[in-house]
Design a protein around this ligand. Structure first.
Ligand code: MSP
Length: 530
């Protein structure tokens, strides 16, 4: 069934340090997807937020002499500020310390408890504090290291509630059978081979050794395990079980809505084993897609404060503009694969795609239309010459392949196609040499056709780029003389849209950067490393 609505979520981030470019990566790509769907007139609900409970936060706040709430309030405001600077269009921001969320976690726990999916037991094993995860003997190996972060784990024994993970295994595997439910597929196979085939261990879902968590109604000594707490955000934000659950009905319960969780590879197990099982336990429907993206790494590995290689997005936005940063994140690392941030590539990518390809095409075309036709875009006549034909076909194909790729969240690939179209249009200028056509009055039809084709491709390219270039796209519509209504997605293949519109010269869209100079500057922001 074709879905009418989309519910798209980012992971909720730990406010245990200021946000870096890795957090910006995931949120920006989700934002591009949300804006793309809205642009196509689908109803979208886009959620992000913060995951504020747990031992790590309790410890960090104590070290700073703050209460956990004071501590998280400070960091959460930096996350919110970053999303505003990055033009993130989230519909809501959920915090796990909010009342509306806490109540849902308690309700979910109670429901599971009433269903006999939870039992009280004793936890004996290994615990990784930074990952807030329990591990078995085999998982930590002889060296007693966390299999996820490779830091030492500590042995732990305590009374805990356990979730019976094998009870809903059949339902889980049935969900796995759906096409593309977990993307990329190797993540699904990894879950089956690493966790399901060896036999799932029951999951400890409460703790007694710290207080900074959601108290369990059934037993006052216990707080909910952070992952149970955190995962519930996806439904608490929609008002699950509350008096106003209209969003929940519309975006979760309804089969007309497509539920898409976008996550980093590090948290796949929680989203593709436990979360679907929790949902089955409470009788809720399961997500349609869990899209697992890769990590944005630095040359010397993961970003970390101690390595001094953390990139804050703020100075980049200040200096290069929000559209450049958004475009870099979308284009540089193929969504779904791991990638690397380097200052040189940041500057080069901006030059290659934004200044030389897109910006150049727009400025050349606008000046030529001004010069040859007093700024009036000539009427579009299809197929005046062989190059026109090729361009018309490429334009149509780019729009349809873009839609197909975006719908599958192959966002980077979709934008590679757009850049190819713009590159082809730049080449067409060289092939047609309008400056020569302008000298020969018998070639006027050809010259008109070149200008109208170029203007048309600029509109198509800009429209497809709009979910990324949220500011500059508007400038281009203005330069093409288009009103907001005219620049609607439904007009994307209307070849006569621009006929007789008056172009307007604007500022250069993207300045050409001096790569050596700018990469030095970016390195200085990172403490000189990388
Ligand atoms: N709080 C949990 C998620 C709970 S969701 C119910 C958590 N938080 S986190 O802040 O550590 O990381 C969340 C997500 O941030 C990762 O899954 C990933 O999407 C994103 N990233 C964090 N660092 C990143 C990079 N270096 N590169 C790309 N994404 C990164 O886990």
């Amino acid at each position: 069934m074709e879905k009418k609505r989309f519910y798209i979520t980012t992971p909720i981030y730990y406010p245990s340090g200021d946000p870096h470019i890795g957090h910006a990566y995931c949120t920006t790509l989700c934002d591009v997807f949300a804006r793309y769907k809205r642009m196509r007139h689908f109803e979208v609900y886009f959620l992000t937020g913060t995951d504020e409970h747990g031992l790590k936060i309790e410890k960090n706040s104590a070290a700073k002499g703050l209460s956990p709430q004071e501590y998280v309030d400070g960091i959460v405001s930096t996350f919110k500020k970053l999303w505003t600077s990055l033009e993130i269009s989230n519909d809501d921001f959920i915090r796990t310390t909010e009342e509306r969320h806490i109540k849902v976690v308690q309700d979910v726990f109670s429901k599971m408890y009433q269903n006999n999916d939870i039992y009280l037991g004793k936890y004996e094993g290994w615990y990784c504090v930074p990952c807030e995860s329990f591990w078995t003997d085999t998982q930590v190996g002889e060296e007693h290291l966390c299999p996820d972060c490779h830091r030492p784990v500590t042995s732990a024994t305590e009374e805990s509630y356990f979730f019976n993970t094998n009870k809903y295994l059949k339902e889980l595997l049935k969900w796995y059978d759906k096409e593309n439910v977990i993307y990329p597929i190797n993540r699904k196979n990894e879950m089956i081979n690493t966790f399901i085939k060896p036999g799932l261990e029951d999951l400890c879902i409460s703790r007694t050794s710290f207080k900074w968590g959601v108290p369990i109604r059934e037993n006052e000594k216990h707080v909910a395990y952070v992952w149970l707490d955190a995962l519930c955000n996806y439904i608490s934000a929609l008002g699950y079980g509350s008096n106003d659950d209209s969003l929940y009905k519309k975006f979760w319960e309804s089969e007309e809505s497509e539920i898409i969780h976008v996550i980093g590879a590090d948290i796949t197990r929680f989203h593709t084993i436990y979360w679907p099982e929790f949902l089955t336990s409470i009788g809720a429907r399961l997500p349609d897609r869990v899209f697992v993206h890769g990590l944005l790494m630095m040359k010397d590995g993961k970003m970390s404060k101690s390595k001094g290689n953390v990139v804050s997005p703020y100075p980049l936005i200040d200096k290069y503009g929000v559209d450049t940063v958004r475009y870099y994140l979308v284009r540089e690392v193929v969504f779904g694969q791991d990638g690397q941030f380097t200052p040189e590539q940041f500057a080069e990518r901006s030059n290659m795609d934004l200044a030389n390809n897109f910006g150049n095409l727009v400025s050349r075309t606008v000046s030529m239309i001004q010069k040859y036709f007093d700024g009036i875009i000539p009427e579009f006549t299809p197929g005046v010459n062989e190059f026109d034909n090729e361009l018309e076909i490429l334009t149509k194909n780019t729009v349809s392949s873009f839609i197909e790729k975006m719908d599958d969240l192959h966002i980077t690939e979709a934008y590679i196609d757009v850049m190819n179209l713009l590159g082809r249009a730049n080449k067409y200028i060289e092939e047609m040499a309008p400056w020569a056509l302008a000298k020969d009055p018998t070639k006027e039809n050809n010259l008109k056709s070149v200008m109208s084709h170029l203007a048309n491709i600029i509109f198509v390219g800009t429209k497809l780029l709009e979910p990324v270039l949220v500011i500059k796209s508007k400038e281009v519509y203005k330069m093409l003389g288009l009103t907001e209504n005219e620049a609607d997605f439904d007009n994307i293949l209307n070849i006569h849209l621009l006929d007789n519109h008056k172009v307007e010269k604007g500022n250069a869209l993207f300045p050409r950067l001096d790569v050596a100079k700018e990469s030095e500057y970016i390195k200085s922001l990172m403490g000189g490393k990388n």
